[in-house]
Ligand binder design. Structure first.
Ligand SMILES: Cc1cc2nc3c(=O)[nH]c(=O)nc-3n(C[C@H](O)[C@H](O)[C@H](O)COP(=O)(O)O)c2cc1C
Length: 362
């Protein structure tokens, strides 16, 4: 088998990937990120696989209409061998780079069905799924995105053996357990263990928050590349910045005025004609929860934007904090300011975390 991965935009550089994020990495968001400098690889949010599943059109369009020309991997979540195989066949004829399996989603609603992160409780089942998908993908690429375990990482070496046994082509590791959700620092030592153990390239995932952090994780783990999720919502320039840094060039630093432009793009690209303005404000606030981590150290912007209800108040708040009174030229922070949390229920010990549902529900 010769399963060669697509070349990164600049051959020889570490691979960069936009992490799959439900309700975020839609076609409009991929368009926006592409405009600021695309990642080497895109991953779709997950396609659900069950008895009656079909390919959801709103996810499919992020493959068929993606303007970047970069490879797009289609992520699946499911556990039924027959239907996983059936779903791979449904993709025949679509321009995808490969199939990716979700072994990490930590939402209780999801893992209780023994899919996503739930499969990390059952190494035998996981092995059977890898065998099925490997065979179904044939000469096409088959990739996996996993966490390091469910409650702990005792079975992690067994998972890594399965990855090798079934000739997975690329492994993305989010260095936390399912139970750790998004809290604390990822276990980069366990990502390094994957890079040292598996035959395929590994992408490090989890808190790759800046160029500096990305370079540090690359050096520490020896992985082939970086997968970035939430920090690409905060800073959609991150893929361009990583490439510039890998090339030894000066790294672009956005100003608050650039951030203001990004918010306009988010508003326009993600707006659905049928969506009332106030609902769209709520949707955008989910993105601004991340953006706001880099605007001011006291979190004044975050505090105010969360309280806006109308488009008028929303944009007035953006103008006040990002462009007025000489703020336009202030540099957007490279890293989130300490203590500013995008989603308190997910990223601190205070709340009970779910997965993307909170993002979707407003
Ligand atoms: C809103 C949201 C939705 C997500 N949806 C998915 C998903 O559909 N599939 C998946 O494998 N991971 C999903 N994740 C997890 C991310 O891909 C990634 O593993 C995680 O956010 C850690 O990376 P980061 O620190 O760069 O954000 C989601 C994360 C967030 C924040």
């Amino acid at each position: 088998m010769n399963h060669t991965l697509p070349q990164p935009l600049i051959p020889g550089q570490p691979i960069t990937a936009l992490a799959p994020m439900q309700d975020v990495t839609t076609l409009p968001f991929m368009r926006i990120v592409n405009g600021y400098g695309p990642p080497d690889y895109f991953f779709t949010e997950y396609f659900r696989v069950h008895d009656h599943s079909t390919l959801e059109p709103h996810i499919l369009e992020s493959i068929t209409d993606n303007p970047s020309g970069r490879p797009v991997f289609a992520q699946l979540i499911g556990e039924d061998l027959f239907h996983l195989e059936r779903t791979v066949k449904l993709f025949d004829g679509y321009p995808l780079a490969g199939i990716d399996l979700n072994l990490g989603c930590p939402a209780p609603k999801v893992y209780k069905k023994n899919v996503g992160g739930g499969l990390l409780r059952d190494p035998e089942r996981m092995d059977a799924i890898l065998a099925t998908l490997r065979a179904a993908c044939g000469d096409g690429l088959f990739t996996v995105k996993m966490r390091v375990g469910f409650e702990d990482w005792d079975a992690y070496p067994i998972f890594l053996e399965s990855i090798n046994r079934h000739h997975v082509d690329l492994l993305s590791v989010h260095g936390r357990t399912v139970k750790e959700m998004y809290r604390g620092e990822p276990h980069y030592d366990l990502i390094k263990l994957a890079a040292d153990t598996v035959a395929c390239p590994v992408l490090a995932n989890g808190n790759i928050s800046s160029v500096t952090k990305g370079r540090q994780v690359l050096a520490e783990t020896g992985v082939a590349g970086l997968m970035v999720g939430r920090s690409a919502i905060r800073n959609p320039w991150i893929f361009r910045q990583l490439r510039e840094s890998f090339s030894g060039q000066a790294v672009f630093r956005p100003t608050l005025s650039d951030v203001r432009g990004y918010i306009d793009r988010l508003w326009e690209e993600t707006r659905k004609p049928e969506s009332p303005e106030n609902r769209h404000v709520s949707y955008l606030k989910k993105f601004l929860n991340f953006v706001g981590q880099g605007v001011d150290p006291d979190g004044a912007f975050l505090h105010e934007i969360r309280r806006t209800r109308t488009a008028e108040a929303f944009f007035a708040c953006c103008d006040r904090h990002l462009v007025e009174d000489g703020r336009a030229e202030i540099l957007f922070a490279d890293e989130p300011y300490a203590g500013l949390v995008a989603r308190p229920n997910h990223e601190t010990n205070r709340g009970k975390a779910t997965c993307a549902e909170e993002f979707a529900s407003g």
